[in-house]
Design a protein around this ligand. Structure first.
Ligand code: APR
Length: 229
């Protein structure tokens, strides 16, 4: 089977009811990104940060995968699919995809502030001040914040460099290093971009841009991908 590597962003979860980031006028659910998604914000006000992610987690548990997630899962019948997602929700997992790299971490994991290797599942929706790791240190969301290193980027880049086909769905490609992954693809590799507001990418070879929502756009892409088997 050919290897299909897919980079997804907030746009693929938009039709499930999870708002994207940059469509919201620079505010993220009413907060400045640096207040709720940076090490400095955490240092200043951990309660605010924990509450922000508690609300995101609660919301993510209430919504369902949409057609875009489901079509990606179905593509495993025809391709060796690796999903690299910037999203911290679990909608790809719940849609049935089997290989998912969460570049920016997961809403459903906490990690120790004393030892970043201590990672725990969050089964409910709340993480609070006073919830500690086995070493007694406060737990934080296992999410990659602005200014932090992206531990999975090298694994993701290796997959992208091995891709026979590369697909990007629902990301503004504003945030690095994720946005740079497209440059790891081979020149001849067919590339597809599904996003209703996709920019032109004149420097990218073999690129097909589908300006459509993830749900309908993924059906169109699926038809094009099946021609490449
Ligand atoms: N289907 C597909 N794409 C959509 C849809 C939809 N229904 N609705 C909106 N979009 C597109 C927008 O046009 C935009 O290009 O989704 C993209 C969302 O872009 P961003 O809000 O910037 O989200 P993303 O690219 O995932 O952000 C990257 O930034 O805030 C950080 O860590 C956070 O992972 C996030 C990263």
């Amino acid at each position: 089977m050919k290897k299909l590597v897919v980079l997804t962003g907030a746009g693929i979860s938009a039709e499930s009811g999870i708002p994207t980031f940059r469509d919201a006028g620079g505010l993220w659910e009413g907060h400045r990104v640096e207040d709720v998604a940076s090490p400095e914000g955490w240092h200043r006000n951990p309660e605010l940060v924990l509450d922000f992610y508690n609300q995101r987690r609660k919301k993510a548990r209430e919504v369902q995968p949409n057609r875009g997630h489901l079509v990606l899962a179905q593509l495993e019948d025809h391709f060796n699919v690796v999903i690299v997602t910037q999203n911290v929700d679990d909608l790809h997992e719940r849609a049935g995809s089997s290989t998912i790299i969460h570049l920016h971490g997961s809403l459903f994991e906490s990690r120790s502030t004393a030892d970043e290797k201590l990672i725990y599942p969050i089964s409910g929706w709340e993480l609070n001040v006073g919830d500690v790791c086995e070493k007694g240190s406060q737990l934080r969301p296992n999410i990659v914040w602005f200014g932090e290193l992206v531990p999975m980027i090298e694994v993701a880049a290796r997959h992208v460099s091995e891709a026979d086909i590369f697909l990007v769905v629902g990301t503004s490609l504003h945030v690095y290093p994720a946005a740079g992954l497209i440059h790891e693809t081979g020149y001849d590799v067919p590339k597809f971009l599904v996003d209703p507001n996709a920019a032109d990418w004149p420097g990218i070879s073999n690129l097909t841009v589908i300006r459509d929502k993830a749900s309908t756009g993924m059906e169109l892409v699926k038809a094009k991908l099946l021609e490449l088997i």
